[in-house]
Design a binder for this molecule. Structure first.
Ligand code: PMP
Length: 398
């Protein structure tokens, strides 16, 4: 009998194939279910600044030696400034390591908390959260608990529930916060609400772990999107942070990210830095260099950086305009429902408020594929397919 005879069949991973798409002969990449930006022709988009930076990197004919355990220093230094802001008090007491994109950053953070977090080895994540959060933290050896976040009646933030759950958690608990463009709901707290969240976390002596996978992608402005992280630092929190350059630089497959910990002082920084290296070494020794060199070139070259910021804004603006267009098309069809959440939500995804049954109908009767929770990727909407999408939504939810 085979060694693996007792391995059970697992459920398909979220990014797995779409059996219905295959049946219909539809490219699963062209649907509104995929978490990647598409241009208005529905095509994957390589940012012009990335093309330029990559050309520079190649022409420099650098060697392919290993990076250090914590990656390409010019990259991590610039990534820290992008997140925390020029002149931030966090920068000189920051431990930062390059990571295998945002997921890898979360995984290093999970492992660090599992090993050193002084409170319960448990992390609170929002309901709902990115589907992978629970798995990443569980596999890091943490217990995963939920806090209230989304109110399905208002298709908005359950702010009172969120604050109540932060207050009810045992003193010194760890909370995972989406810095901007909450996935999957697209529902973000306002600036005023962030201030109250910061106070509630502080009152509970809790610890904030930020996941910032969409800096710049939400509003089009990287500074504005980083507000929660920077506000927490100003308020005296010492959070940790997972960064991803998948979305804002379109470097998905290059796996460029960073994990950082704001420390109390230089001595703590030295100790934490030593332990992050001890954690990373047996995980993958050191990270890949090519994508980090591209990101570093963009972040460190002022002209290229400016060009990139314009392109980020271009992507965010296209998404914002597709939200408005989808809402308008629904209204043009005579829909009597209130679709204002489509335009008030932010980032790549919109929670339509459609039920799993309605999502099923969307797929089986209209060949529109997205996740059962009612989430659609606004990044997959184009001026060419928005009418068909609106008609399909209107048909399943007349
Ligand atoms: N966090 C959130 C909230 C995300 O939506 C994503 C991407 N879907 C990630 C982290 C990580 O993505 P990646 O590993 O591709 O950077």
């Amino acid at each position: 009998v085979s060694t693996w005879a007792d391995v059970p069949q697992g459920p398909p991973a979220i990014l797995g194939t779409c059996p219905l798409c295959q049946k219909d002969g539809i490219d699963p990449d062209s649907i509104v279910g995929v978490g990647a930006y598409r241009d208005d022709q529905g095509k994957p988009y390589v940012l012009p600044s990335v093309r330029t930076a990559e050309g520079k990197v190649v022409s420099e004919k650098l060697n392919k030696e290993y990076a250090g355990i914590t990656g390409v220093p010019d990259f991590t230094k610039a990534a820290a400034v992008l997140a925390y802001g020029e002149g931030s008090s966090a920068l000189d007491r920051l431990v930062i390591t390059q990571s295998i994109s945002g997921t890898g950053a979360l995984r290093i953070g999970g492992a660090f908390l599992q090993r050193f977090f002084p409170g319960a080895k448990k992390i609170y994540i929002p309901t709902p959260s990115w589907a992978n959060h629970g798995a990443v933290f569980k596999d890091s050896g943490l217990e995963v608990e939920k806090y209230r976040y989304y109110n399905k009646d208002t298709i908005g933030l359950d702010f009172d529930g969120m604050i109540a759950d932060i207050k009810a958690a045992p003193k010194g608990s760890a909370f995972l916060l989406h810095a901007c463009a909450h996935n999957p709901t697209g529902v973000d707290p306002t600036v005023e609400q962030w201030k109250e969240i910061s106070n509630a976390i502080k009152d509970g002596e809790h610890y904030a772990f930020f996941d910032m996978a969409y800096q710049g992608f939400a509003s089009g402005d990287t500074d504005k999107d980083a507000f929660p992280v920077r506000h927490f630092v100003e308020q005296g929190h010492n959070p940790c942070l997972a960064q991803s350059f998948a979305k804002n630089m379109g470097l998905y497959g290059e796996r460029v990210g960073a994990f950082s910990v704001v420390c109390a002082d230089a001595a703590e920084k030295k100790r934490v830095d030593s332990q992050v290296k001890i954690l990373v070494r047996p995980l993958y020794s050191n990270p890949p260099v090519h994508g980090a060199r591209i990101a570093s070139t963009i972040l460190n070259d002022p002209a290229l950086n400016k060009k990139w910021l314009g392109e980020v804004k271009g992507m965010a603006d296209r998404i914002i305009s597709m939200r408005a267009l989808l809402k308008k098309e629904l209204e043009n069809l005579g829909s009597k429902h209130d679709w204002s959440h489509i335009t008030s939500q932010i980032g790549m995804f919109a929670y339509t408020g459609l039920t799993p049954q309605q999502m099923d109908k969307l797929a089986t009767e209209h060949s529109v594929y997205a996740t059962k929770d009612g989430r659609i990727s606004v990044a997959g909407i184009t001026s060419g397919n928005v009418k068909r999408l609106a008609a399909a939504i209107h048909a399943v939810k007349p």
